[in-house]
Ligand binder design. Structure first.
Ligand code: URA
Length: 197
């Protein structure tokens, strides 16, 4: 089903009015039956080259965060709001996000995760249809209603690329406390170490 959605995305090319120069479509990665889904913003350079989301520096930190939760990358599903790299890694515009969002919403419906972690503002705003700041959104459970009516709890947290830029004890503790709420909600065994260690 994800393959069909990907094929439809490729046919429709909702990015075409905005982005014409890219190497690969970066559709998603991980388990199609994952209990947990992470949603980022848009592919960067490494992702564009490989066709796989979150494989660059931010991706390596995301993987450490996933591992710290007691999970492996292959256990979760990872997608982005935009499926192609914006030139110069520009932040997605509202119009770009709106054009690609329906495919992300369908992706969520197909994977039907028990929880979603949105990474950073573009993903959080796309999923929660809000104008709130990251500082206000993070750490609090919200909810996303997928096209089928499926309700999925959403935990917004800081994007790992932001964390890399502002790698303070305080920010790391905030992200870790957000992720621990997800661990608890999914009933996963409580990990002993913290993210980023
Ligand atoms: N940042 C994102 O938001 N997504 C990626 O896939 C890589 C970096």
């Amino acid at each position: 089903m994800l393959d069909e959605l990907r094929a439809r995305y490729e046919r429709d090319a909702p990015h075409a009015p905005f982005i014409t120069s890219f190497t690969n479509i970066v559709f998603g990665d991980g388990s199609p039956t994952a209990r947990l889904m992470f949603i980022g913003e848009a592919p960067g350079e490494q992702e564009d080259l490989s066709g796989v989301p979150f494989v660059g520096r931010a991706g390596q930190l995301l993987e450490r965060m996933i591992n710290a939760m007691g999970l492996q990358r292959k256990d979760v599903y990872i997608a982005n709001v935009l499926k192609v790299r914006p030139p110069n890694n520009a932040t997605p515009t509202i119009e770009e996000s709106k054009a690609s969002a329906p495919y992300l919403y369908e992706q969520i419906d197909i994977v039907a995760p028990e929880a979603i972690v949105t990474l950073g503002l573009p993903a959080s705003r796309t999923i929660l249809a809000t104008e709130e700041s990251m500082g206000r959104l993070r750490g609090l459970w919200s909810s996303f209603r997928a096209p089928s009516g499926l309700e999925v709890p959403v935990m917004p947290t800081y994007h790992p690329a932001y964390l890399l830029r502002a790698y303070t004890t305080e920010n790391r503790a905030k992200v870790w406390s957000d992720l621990l709420k997800v661990v608890e909600r999914l009933g996963l065994p409580l990990p002993k170490r913290s993210a980023g260690e």
